[in-house]
Design a protein around this ligand. Structure first.
Ligand SMILES: *Cc1c(COP(=O)(O)O)cnc(C)c1O
Length: 412
């Protein structure tokens, strides 16, 4: 249609110079060149304190020597061979994940959405294999986020993400998060499973109570349903336990994991008990890249660190410290901060001004945070964040809130 050399580039609506990248993200006009621990250095040379962690992904911060070592060592040997053959790293990581959790079997993916899709497929397949193919509907919750594929946007039911993409994929019955009664009412003869995030991340750091999660477990047991936890964001140590559901003292039948499990390398998985996974026989599911040798080398190295004695206790202690800082900040800035929400290092503040303003003001203080639902600003530091870095983040957040508290004084 047009020549390659003379095509004009239209500037994106949000920010930044024109780019050939599809403008689906409302990006901040910053690019990072390198990182070290909880710090990122922008291409301008400015240093930022990273309490976004690539949205709960960089569990061990940036440029962790053990992860670099694992990745480069594997890179010398083999990058990819395909799931047509056995992959030693997969078998090792799967065995270790099963050893550390309720699960007996693991399927590796490249992302959280694929992990959730796989969990949905597994749940439906379980009932098919049990002679009940009509049981394929899944009870899910408002405010959930399970990814951006056609099935996962339907599962979460967020209108903003569904708009313009045709009829939502069928099979999801969405009820209020935390409402056991509503969940019970939604169960019918076609229900296969209940799928929930123990802590809703994108939804605004909404922590599911132990009673709620225990109640869902009981409902599943009563009705022969599979309980599916989406721990893509709250798992892999973020709440101070290896998986967030451990706080409630119950286990699911199926779990989706991603984000932190790869520490920045794209890895995810869904795991299940042998009983729940009984329908997942040869040919039922697949992924070209899922669990490739590079991903598995990094995944095993992340797990080494997270399972080290004392690591999770340290996350819990750091989470408590962060929560105390946030509580103090809420008292100081009661005009801006409405509520503190936290489970370990999955923390946030619900603010009164539009959260974008607060995230922007934090950026001005060289502190990276992430917006979430219900006007919450999330703080997701690396799990190995230091006390000094938490204090520094608190100071920067406080300075940022001072700016938004007095909009008239805001420099243009
Ligand atoms: C981020 C997220 C996903 C989707 O993960 P992607 O890797 O972006 O596909 C799914 N579930 C939860 C809870 C998440 O936080």
């Amino acid at each position: 249609m047009s020549t390659h050399s003379t095509k004009p580039r239209s500037a994106t609506a949000s920010s930044g110079p024109s780019s050939a990248v599809m403008p689906t993200y409302a990006r901040h006009n910053i690019a990072f060149d390198r990182g070290e621990g909880a710090w990122l250095v922008a291409t301008t040379g400015e240093r930022y304190l990273d309490f976004a962690s690539g949205v709960a992904v960089n569990a061990l911060g940036h440029a962790h020597p053990k992860l670099i070592g694992a990745l480069t060592e594997q890179a010398q040997k083999l990058w990819h061979s395909s799931n047509l053959y056995r992959i030693a790293g997969q078998e090792r990581l799967a065995e270790r994940l099963c050893e550390a959790t309720f699960a007996d079997k693991v399927f590796f993916t490249n992302s959280g959405a694929e992990a959730c899709e796989g969990a949905i497929k597994l749940a439906r397949r379980y009932h098919f294999a049990s002679g009940n193919p009509e049981r394929w509907r899944i009870v899910t919750f408002k405010g959930a986020f399970h990814g951006r594929t056609l099935a996962t946007i339907a599962a979460a039911g967020n209108e903003k993400y569904l708009e313009g993409f045709g009829e939502p994929a069928p099979g999801f019955d969405i009820v209020a998060f935390g409402d056991l009664e509503a969940a019970a009412q939604a169960i019918g003869p076609k229900t296969a499973a209940i799928m929930v995030e123990p802590v809703q991340g994108e939804g605004g750091v909404r922590v599911g109570s132990s009673q709620f999660l225990q109640g869902l477990r009981a409902l599943c047991d009563e009705h022969g349903l599979l309980l599916v936890f989406d721990e893509v964001q709250c798992g892999m140590g973020r709440t101070g336990k290896l998986f967030a559901h451990e706080w409630a003292g119950i286990t699911p039948d199926v779990m989706a994991v991603a984000k932190g499990i790869g520490g920045g390398f794209p890895v995810g998985c869904f795991m299940a008990t042998d009983a729940a996974a009984k329908g997942m026989i040869a040919g039922t599911h697949g992924s070209t890249y899922g669990g490739n040798p590079l991903a598995m080398a990094v995944g095993n190295a992340v797990l080494d660190a997270v399972l080290e004695p004392g690591f999770l206790a340290r996350v819990a202690a750091a989470g408590l410290r962060l929560k105390q800082e946030l509580a103090r900040i809420k008292d100081e800035h009661a005009d801006v901060v409405e509520e503190v929400r936290a489970s370990g290092l999955l923390a946030g503040i619900k603010v009164r001004p539009p959260m974008g303003e607060v995230v922007g003001a934090c950026l001005g203080e060289k502190l990276l945070t992430v917006g979430a639902g219900e006007n919450v600003v999330r703080l997701l530091p690396p799990l190995n964040v230091t006390d000094a870095e938490i204090s520094e983040a608190a100071q920067r957040l406080s300075a940022a809130l001072k700016r938004v508290a007095k909009p008239a004084a805001k420099p243009s």
